[in-house]
Design a protein around this ligand. Structure first.
Ligand SMILES: *Cc1c(COP(=O)(O)O)cnc(C)c1O
Length: 456
């Protein structure tokens, strides 16, 4: 192992240097990938030198998600203590299904869940689990809601037209999960939004009433804290008025921006979260832990057991179910995603998490005021969003983003909302500071000046 740890450190040094010298890795055209890099799997062993050399090449050409030029995704950066925790989790290689195998790691997962339940204001019967990602957290919420609505569903399957409500700009996992669950995509109603991208309670109610009249079975409403393109927050208290009137399960998908619960300044954006039946949040997005770290909590721990526990004598051989987390999780063998969040939280405290969240909003303010102060820009997004959507002159957003990537200048993506296509600058990357935001605009402006785009 010593030799490999030494090699690991050398490779990490290469990565850290590359992040500085070549913050956007030069992309390899897919047709050339296997020519450019030796990814082949040989019959005979590879020499130590070739092995190392090949890994270095692969590192160089792998996109750099922790560089100051990465604005592309709803995650980015590297927080040392969280990375340390994940590296340790790999070395410990426990699986999180039983106390016998997980030991104190189980306690670590449980204490994070308990603390999050407290912070969102859930009652004493609440509990949660770590899911393989935000999509799967939403899946778990939908399964619990299905089984609560129809207690025979786990045995008999879905036997009626059960209806899901979510906004037209919510994450695609809601539709996909409906298909996976046997509910069917046709049973997902896309509720209209206002011009900020927030779900309209009136349209929700209209759709529910229409479905009831037609003999369908409404059971689940999904709200979003931070929509994927615009970063909008649905008004949870308002939506709850409707969902509770019709006795529907209310889930808050906080994969992107649910972490505002850690900030005194921004937690008002999820006012009413304590009224929801379930809430999910990705620590690998706003809180900067390595991928993936996704949490779902629910008001009533019973619902987790009803939907996800299964007897298995070959697995559960000791201790009470309370410490055998396989009884409330989606998977059987399960990665330890808790430790990296715990090492981060332990080292910087809740106040540190709050600072991380606040900084992202501050950087978004910096970006918006730059745009507002430069007449060549058009702003499409609103305050209280860490997705800053804009266009520069009349440069087509998609073409510009692709050219910036191909020429290794900036990693940034584009989005569409209400018929406008625009660049989406995300300020979530933990390595960014104000100068990186200003630099982003300077690089973009120089780039446009030196290129010919098909101006609209
Ligand atoms: C990212 C995201 C998801 C999906 O999370 P994964 O961890 O990528 O599966 C779900 N909902 C919203 C709003 C998101 O932004």
């Amino acid at each position: 192992m010593d030799e490999d740890l030494k090699l690991f450190n050398e490779l990490v040094q290469v990565l850290l240097e590359e992040e500085q010298s070549q913050p956007v890795a030069k992309p390899i055209e897919t047709e050339l990938l296997y020519d450019k890099l030796d990814l082949s799997l040989p019959d005979t062993p590879t020499s130590a030198d070739d092995f190392k050399a090949e890994l270095i090449e692969i590192i160089k050409y792998t996109p750099k998600t922790a560089s100051s030029s990465f604005f592309n995704q709803l995650y980015g950066g590297r927080l040392d203590k969280a990375t340390l925790g994940d590296l340790l989790a790999v070395m410990l290689n426990t699986s999180m299904y039983t106390y016998k195998i997980g030991g104190p790691q189980i306690g670590i997962e449980k204490i994070i869940l308990k603390k999050i339940c407290e912070i969102v204001g859930y009652g004493p019967n609440s509990d949660g689990t770590f899911a393989p990602g935000g999509s799967m957290s939403n899946f778990m919420a939908m399964v619990m809601a299905r089984d609560k609505y129809d207690k025979y569903a786990p045995r008999k399957g879905v036997t009626s037209k059960m209806i899901i409500y979510t906004s037209e700009v919510s994450h695609y996992s809601i539709n996909k999960n409906a298909a996976l669950m046997g509910i069917g995509r046709d049973q997902v109603r896309e509720v209209k939004t206002n011009n900020h991208g927030e779900m309209l309670a009136e349209d929700l109610e209209l759709k529910i009433q229409k479905d009831l009249e037609e003999g369908y079975h409404p059971f689940f409403v999904n709200c979003t804290a931070g929509t994927t393109v615009m970063g909008a927050f649905d008004d949870v208290s308002l939506i709850h008025k409707v969902s509770s009137k019709y006795n529907l399960w209310l889930h808050l998908d906080g994969a992107y921006c649910g972490s505002v619960i850690f900030s005194e300044t921004y937690k008002h954006l999820v006012n009413g979260v304590e009224l929801t039946d379930s809430f999910s949040v990705n620590a690998h997005k706003m809180l900067g832990t390595p991928l993936s770290c996704s949490i779902i909590v629910t008001q009533n721990s019973e619902d987790l057991h009803i939907s996800f526990s299964n007897e298995a004598e070959y697995l559960y051989q000791t201790d009470g179910d309370e410490y055998n987390l396989g009884k409330t999780s989606l998977q059987c063998g399960r990665r330890n995603d808790a430790l990296k969040f715990w090492t981060l939280w332990k080292s910087i405290g809740s106040q540190g998490l709050e600072r991380i969240v606040n900084k992202q909003f501050l950087l978004a303010d910096v970006a918006r005021s730059y745009i507002n102060n430069h007449p060549d820009y058009t702003l499409f997004s609103f305050d209280n969003s860490i997705s800053v959507c804009f266009n520069y002159k009349s440069t087509p957003a998609k073409e510009l983003c692709t050219a910036l990537y191909k020429e290794a200048q900036l990693m940034v993506s584009y989005g569409v909302f209400k018929e406008h296509e625009f660049i989406r600058l995300v300020t979530i990357n933990s390595v960014l500071d104000e100068t990186d935001i200003i630099n982003f605009f300077k690089v973009l402006e120089t780039f446009v000046k030196n290129h010919k785009f098909n101006l609209k």
